[in-house]
Design a protein around this ligand. Structure first.
Ligand code: TRP
Ligand code: ZN
Length: 881
């Protein structure tokens, strides 16, 4: 593994390479433990570079077996080689030459899952960010664009399928039962987009004709026998291709587009040019094995990787500091796609919940960094919620500020200007400035400054003067190494809601620019005066979550209730109820800590019932509205001195109060939503299932009765209903006969399907209470579990640490000790997965003192290990700093 060297990479140190590699020929002779890779690089010294400049190529754990310059073996004194570097001096005076590099790899041994590795007997690659250097010595950086020709040779029996980027140009038989294929990708690309797949795979094929009439062959490759489970992914792919033409004017550009699903994969999926490789979790689905959430994730990730073809591949990143140029923008594009395919309001609420759950704690903790970081020690650790999700919010804000028309023109200009290039955030912003004539220099701080901005709001109404005044004050909290923050440009969407529930038409406004319902906050303080406001309005702020900020606004409970009933913006209507829930839960938390019992406001409990039964709202929306803030949400709002047992108890109490108040109503609603004979994964059907399952949870907790969930489990005809019922049984009725029976049935039914058993692992790992540590430890010896498979590790260990507040944060520290031990065991095989796992401890400072000390001990025990990987050392040291 790549050991930590302490080296820090800085944005300001960027400089172009001395050499270009316009062409690269790769030849793979595949064998599980001795694969021979011959790389032929056409090299050109860049103009103006000194003749004696050496060529320094990156490597990582490589073994060089041959090196030729212009076809002649290079004598050993002409170069220096180590596993991680190849330096060649005294190069031809004219600066043009051909370099042939032969390396030998052991893919079967590669458990880091970067470079060339084996997954279930299939050869596959993962090169982003710096995996290509584990295949051959190269200028392994995103601004080095080359045209690739790839020849793959393997035994036909073991690997009848041979795939790489671009178009297939040649294939044939060889002696000894071997065969080969040659792929050529005409689009110059960086090495991180290279991919190869070889193995015995099944496939489904389809086709797509682009707007300009080009025919594209589509293929999805999966393990034999799983072909039928790829149908939904194929459908999502075709819809993505169509949508990108319609909404962004982007067509596909090669003759083929292939997707391969593999079961050992470090992340979700990878956008290799013309050959996307996926974690099979995000390809395989049918009603018996996948939940509605799985279907939605597949649709979103298929779209995401496909959209990278333009935002990432045709226009790539100059350096890894610009990662959000492709990731933030592509997440924004996949969000918009899902919003168009499903329900915009429901999608927006789900996005914001994810942002708050994942990105806010990052921004508010020791790992905070700007959307475009300025320094890193290990780039693998910057595939973060900040780069992806906040990056997407920043793209969305550009659209909000410019409006749809100018945003589209800016995007078009960006595509025109930078197609075929490796670009920067500055290039991206310049395209919008030039297309719109607007100055985005203050707005650019969203890329450069870490931390979640806060707006403090106070309002007043002067009836006589018919004036409504809103005082706004912005602040950005300090983050590591950025103690002083500059003022941001925050687009705040809002409405003033009148007594009848409709927005008031506002007259003249003074104190800030307001355009199309968006107030532009740019200064520290704004006093905004709205004229012609006869009655006191209820203000609805940050509609649609127009900016990724927090609000400090002591809005009256009756105003929030009013918004929860009437806000014309459905996001804000959801937000109003959610804020009321959060406030009630914080109050309950404090009551529990102070050993006082408190009652919940009956008006709030009543509103939950009204929302549940409101037939004007989609079921999916009602399901989200009735989902209480999570324990982590409550903890984040409280901020410090967290006792997870108390946040848990507070949430339980509110669940019970709502469930008891509406027992009959919820039961009958639950029954009414029942009965849809044939399964449909569409958003409307999924929404009905979501609402039904939320109701089942309330009914179960209020009645303190496992029977309804046991009945649903037994009769379930799809995974959504089955998994939801199992979760209720295992969490709320742990140890009951019903729970034990259901867990055993599920295990038996899916014993040969590890992806489905992941759900079984997850459900058990998230069961609340101090006893879960032992359950998780013993599940590690289950025959389906493997420390080498990232999906298994994330399902059992990852969810335990991130989604089990009471179990993981046991007061005696046993959860943390266990976790540290497993992180170190995973690191031995796969540092990238171990480092990501370790981020579960990032909020340790917000815990109460006893747990805080125990969590710190666990972090220190990791940090004390000698020879940590750069991945884990980086996370642990920043977390402790
Ligand atoms: N670029 C990929 C995406 O967002 C994610 C990715 C980055 C990745 N590094 C990876 C995937 C390593 C797997 C392994 O679409
Ligand atoms: Zn991506």
């Amino acid at each position: 593994m790549r050991r930590d060297t302490g080296q820090i990479f800085r944005l300001e140190d960027y400089r172009p390479t001395d050499f270009l590699i316009p062409e690269l020929k790769l030849d793979f002779v595949l064998s599980p433990d001795a694969t021979k890779v011959t790389a032929e690089l056409t090299v050109e010294r860049r103009e103006g570079v000194a003749e004696d400049a050496p060529l320094v190529l990156d490597g990582d754990e490589l073994r060089l077996t041959e090196l030729l310059l212009d076809g002649e073996a290079l004598p050993v004194e002409r170069y220096e080689v180590s596993p991680d570097r190849l330096t060649i001096g005294a190069l031809p005076k004219n600066g043009k030459f051909r370099l042939t590099i032969v390396t030998e790899l052991n893919p079967a041994d590669n458990e880091a899952l970067m470079g060339l590795y084996r997954s279930s007997d299939v050869y596959c690659t993962q090169c982003e960010a710096e995996g290509f250097r584990r295949i051959t010595y190269f200028l392994d950086r995103p601004d080095m664009l080359s045209v690739y020709t790839v020849r793959i040779e393997a035994g036909r029996g073991q690997a009848p399928i041979l795939l790489s980027n671009g178009n297939l140009v040649e294939s044939g038989e060889l002696d000894g039962g071997r065969h080969y294929a040659v792929w050529h990708d005409p689009f110059p690309k960086p090495s991180y987009l290279f991919a190869l797949v070889a193995g015995d795979l099944g496939s489904i094929k389809d086709g797509f004709t682009t707007a300009s009439g080009k025919k594209v062959e589509l293929g999805i490759y999966v393990e034999h026998g799983k072909e039928a489970r790829a149908a939904y992914a194929m459908d999502a792919l075709k819809r993505s291709m169509k949508w990108d033409e319609e909404v962004f004017g982007r067509e596909y550009d090669l003759d083929v587009f292939n997707i391969v699903a593999v079961s050992d994969f470090n992340m979700g999926a990878m956008e290799n040019k013309g050959l996307n490789i996926f974690n099979d979790k995000y390809v395989l689905a049918d009603e018996d094995t996948a939940t509605d959430v799985d279907f939605a994730n597949i649709e979103a990730i298929i779209a995401h990787e496909y959209f990278h073809n333009w935002t990432g591949n045709r226009i790539t990143c100059r350096d890894w500091f610009q990662l959000c140029l492709k990731e933030g923008l592509t997440v924004y594009r996949d969000h918009e796609f899902s919003a168009d395919q499903r329900s915009r309001a429901v999608k927006r609420i789900a996005e914001v919940r994810t942002l708050r759950a994942q990105q806010f704690p990052e921004d508010q903790g020791p790992l905070a960094h700007p959307v475009r970081p300025r320094r890193y020690r290990e780039i693998n650790n910057f595939y973060t919620a900040t780069v992806y999700e906040k990056g997407s919010e920043v793209a969305r804000m550009i659209r909000t500020i410019l409006g749809g028309e100018l945003f589209r023109q800016g995007m078009n200009l960006y595509f025109e200007r930078h197609d075929g290039e490796a670009a920067t955030i500055e290039d991206f912003l310049k395209a919008f400035e030039d297309a719109s004539g607007r100055d985005l220099s203050q707005f650019a701080l969203w890329y450069h400054q870490a931390g979640t901005p806060n707006l403090t709001i106070t309002t007043s109404h002067d009836k006589a003067a018919k004036e409504f005044v809103m005082e706004i004050e912005q602040s950005v909290p300090p983050t590591p190494s950025e103690s002083r923050k500059r003022l941001m440009h925050i687009p705040l969407s809002f409405g003033l809601v009148g007594k009848d529930g409709n927005d008031i038409e506002v007259g003249a406004v003074d104190g800030a620019t307001v355009e199309d319902g968006v107030l532009h906050v740019r200064k520290r303080k704004h006093t905004v005066r709205f004229e012609g406001v006869a009655e006191r309005p209820v203000v609805s702020l940050n509609r649609g979550f127009s900016a990724p900020i927090t609000l400090s606004f002591a809005q009256k409970p009756q105003d929030l209730l009013f918004l929860a009933r009437h806000d014309g913006d459905l996001f804000s209507r959801w937000q109003a109820l959610n804020t009321l829930f959060t406030e009630a839960l914080i109050k309950a938390f404090r009551g529990i800590r102070g050993q006082k019992t408190s009652e919940f406001d009956p008006a709030l409990v009543e509103q939950a019932g009204l929302t549940a039964a409101d037939g004007e709202l989609e079921p999916a929306y009602r399901a989200l509205a009735l989902t209480l803030p999570s324990e982590a949400d409550i903890a984040r709002e409280i901020g410090s001195n967290i006792d997870p047992d108390a946040t848990f108890a507070a949430r339980e109490a509110l669940s019970i109060a709502i469930g008891k108040a509406h027992g009959e109503k919820f039961s009958s609603l639950y029954r009414e939503l029942d009965g849809c004979a044939s399964f449909n994964p569409d958003a409307a059907s999924a929404g009905r299932r979501a609402l039904r399952n939320v109701l089942l949870d309330y009914v179960s907790v209020a009645g303190d009765d496992p029977e309804p969930a046991a009945r649903q489990f037994a009769g379930a005809t799809n995974m959504t209903d089955r998994a939801a019922a199992l979760m209720i049984l295992a969490h709320r009725f742990a140890g009951s006969t019903e729970a034990k029976q259901a867990l055993a049935d599920f295990e038996e039914r899916y014993s040969d399907n590890p992806l489905v058993l992941d759900k079984w692992f997850q459900i058990q790992a998230t069961a609340p209470g101090a006893g879960t540590v032992d359950v998780v430890r013993s599940l590690m010896s289950h025959k389906a579990f493997s420390l080498a498979n990232p999906n298994r590790v994330r399902s059992l260990i990852g969810t335990f640490a991130t989604a089990n507040q009471t179990g993981f944060n046991r007061a005696d520290g046993e959860g943390y000790r266990f976790f540290a031990e497993i992180v170190l065991a995973v690191e031995k095989r796969n540092p990238q997965v171990a480092a990501r796992l370790a981020t579960a401890l990032r909020s340790w400072r917000s815990l109460e003192p006893v747990r805080q000390a125990a969590a710190r001990e666990a972090l220190l025990s990791i940090a004390a290990q000698p020879d940590l990987s750069s991945d884990l050392r980086d996370i642990v040291e920043r977390t402790l700093a």
